[in-house]
Design a protein. Structure first.
Ligand SMILES: *[C@@H]1O[C@H](CO)[C@@H](O)[C@H](O)[C@H]1NC(C)=O
Ligand SMILES: *[C@@H]1O[C@H](CO)[C@@H](O)[C@H](O)[C@H]1NC(C)=O
Length: 435
């Protein structure tokens, strides 16, 4: 059983979070939210076999339509982002990038205009090396003209990948392209797959440099369509949290990759777990799913406003795994409101046990690092039922009932003076059950 002094950690984080490392473009002050094609659609270019799933103008227009009509835009999902395989194999005679003429018959500018007409934002993919990972033209040697092309097209977000380049040269290539993006004068969120490749080679990543140049960055390998892939990413983020978490903050985020929710592999419990953990990790919330086929129970996970609010908390403090105990992982993220020196917290209890029955875990608030003597009001973010009639004190015990591979996700708000008149205290020996 491991326990970290949360209050001490938070104090350190606040100092570091003070914009020290930030890319100063005023963007992504909370983790960006939207939709990115890769995980679900990959490099599908066969539009005969997959007419509504190939990487094409139609896919992105339909996605923009559904983001709005299905209510995703209203809760904050705003970026529609193309990934690899959108390009013609050759540049124009003037040396400019061009989209595949069959799949994007009206070109990228027209698509960006369409996305903007829905009051959404538009993102695109390129690669810092000579080719994209799937072998299309990369930006190397064309950095300035490509940045200008993106700005002309109305691009609001660039994901820059890291294939076909020596990892050591990334420390030059990624900042250089960022400078050209900045020079266009257009506000463009800059997402860098930079640490991911360097970590993969066992290099020591200069995260300070990364955070000064990118709004977000991938730290680790691509997420794949399975629960074990998902939890593999999560375990790496937990293992590295004491180093990585300090670089997250308004304008600059660690990125554990896309949400798998609404696709084939994850169960309902597992989808709830990913959404809770991505909120705790202050991760960019990028769906990668076929919006026309997302079932209602998955849609309600993706659109859970309370959980999105945890992810979008203004403090932007990346949460941490604070306990591994009896197969239950407990994650905590400090959030607003703050009363004097006491934070509120989002708390995720993730069941890693493989026995078929739900499990009840019992712990005091104090042992979770919740020490505000005035107490806390706790809400269950999935069931929405809460203890609003009760104020729990640091000595109060809670019981948390989780299903295998599932989560219980709580928000513990610090009690302020205002609450005193409206709520009753629990007795010292009361225990509350959350499930
Ligand atoms: C397209 O580019 C490839 C190299 O990437 C080159 O070999 C080929 O000649 C080019 N084709 C045209 C039509 O320019
Ligand atoms: C360019 O960088 C400067 C200095 O960091 C910043 O003030 C400005 O907002 C940036 N402009 C854009 C369009 O990113």
């Amino acid at each position: 059983m491991t326990y970290y002094q949360l209050s001490t950690l938070c104090f350190i984080l606040i100092i570091i979070n003070d914009g020290l490392y930030a890319l100063n473009n005023g963007l992504a002050l909370t983790p960006p939210m939207g939709w990115l094609a890769w995980q679900r659609f990959r490099c599908t270019i066969d539009c005969n076999t997959f007419p509504d799933e190939c990487v094409s103008e139609q896919l992105f227009k339909t996605t923009a339509d559904l983001l709005v009509s299905e209510g995703y835009a209203q809760v904050g999902y705003e970026y529609v982002i193309i990934d690899d395989c959108w390009l013609e194999p050759n540049r124009t005679v003037e040396g400019k990038l061009q989209a595949d003429k069959k799949r994007f018959p009206n070109g990228i500018k027209a698509l960006a205009d369409y996305v903007h007409s829905k009051e959404l934002k538009f993102g695109i993919y390129e690669n810092v090396g000579s080719k994209t990972c799937e072998g299309y033209p990369g930006i190397e040697g064309h950095e300035e003209v490509d940045a200008n092309t993106f700005a002309e097209w109305g691009v609001d977000y660039v994901k820059l990948d890291g294939c076909y380049i020596d990892e050591h040269r990334m420390d030059i290539g990624f900042p250089q392209f960022g400078k050209y993006l900045n020079k266009t004068g257009r506000p463009i969120v800059y997402s860098c797959c930079w640490p991911f490749y360097q970590e993969g080679k066992g290099m020591k990543v200069n995260y300070k440099l990364v955070a000064e140049n990118c709004n977000l960055w991938r730290n680790y390998g691509d997420i794949q369509e399975s629960y074990s892939s998902l939890m593999g990413v999560v375990d790496v983020f937990a293992a590295k949290q004491d180093y990585w978490a300090q670089f997250a903050g308004p304008g600059h985020w660690n990125d554990p990759d896309m949400l798998l929710i609404g696709n084939f592999a994850l169960s309902y419990e597992q989808c709830k777990t990913q959404m809770a953990l991505w909120a705790v990790l202050t991760a960019p919330l990028m769906m990668s799913n076929k919006l026309s086929t997302v079932r209602p129970e998955f849609k309600s996970i993706l659109q859970n406003k309370e959980i999105i609010n945890v992810n979008q908390d203004k403090l932007g403090i990346q949460g941490r795994r604070i306990y591994l105990d009896q197969g239950i992982d407990i994650w905590a993220k400090p959030i607003e409101p703050i009363d004097e020196e006491y934070y509120s917290y989002a708390l995720a209890f993730v069941n890693r046990r493989t026995m078929g029955t739900p499990f009840v875990y019992e712990i005091s608030l104090k042992n979770l690092g919740l020490t505000n003597p005035k107490g806390y009001i706790i809400m269950n973010l999935y069931t929405k039922d809460d203890t609003v009639k009760h104020i729990l004190k640091p000595s109060s015990q809670i019981k948390v009932l989780t299903n295998p591979s599932g989560v219980v996700f709580l928000k513990a708000n610090v009690v302020t003076k205002y609450h005193f008149t409206k709520f009753e205290y629990t007795m010292d020996n009361d225990t509350f059950l959350f499930k």
